[in-house]
Design a protein around this ligand. Structure first.
Ligand code: SF4
Length: 338
């Protein structure tokens, strides 16, 4: 607004409208002068994410949205209900360059970064569809993409989401998850007061190198050093996500190594039994194996929680819905063109 010669407060007025659930047209901005509204209508427009599909799991209440962006790219957003509150998992990139071996998005490669409004827009669209009274309480950057590889836009989207004029989320309710871009972890803590989750998944560099190529650049020692230097908000802990892969990472030695790695870091461990994905090489562990590993960690004094693999019937693992939409569209195109 200032670059248009308008007072700064006009920008705040417009911002508030843009992030009001249900806002659809610049004609609705009735508290701006007519001339300004006319210019806005001429030079701008309101873009809402287009919902391609909403799929609800029949096994649990997980719900997944596929959104199409203006350039035709499709991203996914997943709502994970809890006992008293829901968590929304948002995407930060179209595709991902990190190439984690257990992840479908990783196998698709990187397309582009999402803009701040495309990231925050996922939350707005879901709130619009659920109604404000059912808005998700927690937000996690754990969908498609590596958030710290899109650092500026992710930070900007958090500022929108947490703004009193925007969706007014407490930063305590926002967690950024990373595969381990060590220098950016420290930068994130210095920049903004949010929670941090690390996709750890292995206790040796040799296995982590194999699972997550980022580990060759920032091996476990460097990653843990960054976690120790992360400015953790008061009374918060770093969440370590640990996918339990049958026969690979849940031995007694793994528990010992994990304890050494996390020594001195306020932490909690989420154990996620691997959800079998067609076409990938890993196997799901038995319930017993996961429970045994959890016990080893609890005996060492850790908080270790088993997180169920959600939405198995709706392809809920990272990036899978996206691949399904793309596959389906390819099929439709193939059948119409051929
Ligand atoms: S797990 Fe996350 S960081 Fe790794 S490839 Fe998948 S989307 Fe990217």
């Amino acid at each position: 607004m200032e670059s248009w010669g308008e007072a700064a407060f006009r920008g705040r007025q417009l911002f508030k409208w843009l992030w009001t659930p249900g806002f659809a047209s610049l004609d609705e901005v009735t508290d701006l002068p007519k001339t300004l509204r006319a210019r806005l209508a001429l030079e701008g427009y309101v873009y809402n994410l287009e919902t391609v599909s909403v799929v609800a799991s029949k096994l649990d209440d997980t719900c997944k949205w596929a959104f199409r962006l203006e350039d035709g790219s499709v991203i996914e957003t997943v709502l994970i209900p809890g006992d008293s509150h829901a968590t929304l998992c948002v995407s930060s990139q179209v595709g991902c360059a990190m190439g984690c071996r257990f992840c479908k998005t990783g196998s698709m490669g990187f397309v582009r970064n999402l803009s701040p409004s495309e990231i925050a827009g996922q939350v707005l669209s879901v709130i619009e569809q659920l109604g404000s009274e059912q808005r998700p309480r927690n937000l996690v950057f754990m969908g498609m993409g590596e958030p710290l590889a899109n650092f500026e836009n992710v930070v900007a989207s958090i500022r929108i989401l947490s703004s009193e004029l925007g969706l007014n989320y407490s930063k305590r309710r926002i967690t950024v998850s990373t595969s381990g871009i060590a220098p950016k972890i420290v930068e994130l803590g210095n920049e903004i007061d949010v929670g941090l989750a690390i996709s750890l998944h292995a206790t040796t560099n040799s296995l982590r190198d194999r699972l997550m190529p980022i580990n060759r650049r920032y091996p476990l020692e460097v990653l843990m050093d960054a976690c120790r230097r992360f400015k953790l908000p008061r009374r918060r802990r770093i969440t370590f996500e640990y996918i339990v892969l049958k026969g690979l990472n849940h031995s007694r030695e793994d528990a010992n190594r994990l304890a050494r790695l996390l020594d001195g870091i306020p932490s909690k461990i989420n154990l996620i039994p691997y959800n079998y994905v067609e076409g990938l090489e890993f196997q799901a562990p038995s319930e017993r194996e996961v429970l045994d590993f959890q016990k080893l960690l609890i005996d060492k004094g850790f908080t270790a929680i088993i997180r169920k693999s959600r939405g198995r019937d709706i392809e809920a693992a990272c990036g899978q819905l996206w691949s399904k939409v793309i596959r389906d569209e390819a099929r439709v195109k193939g059948s119409t063109s051929g």
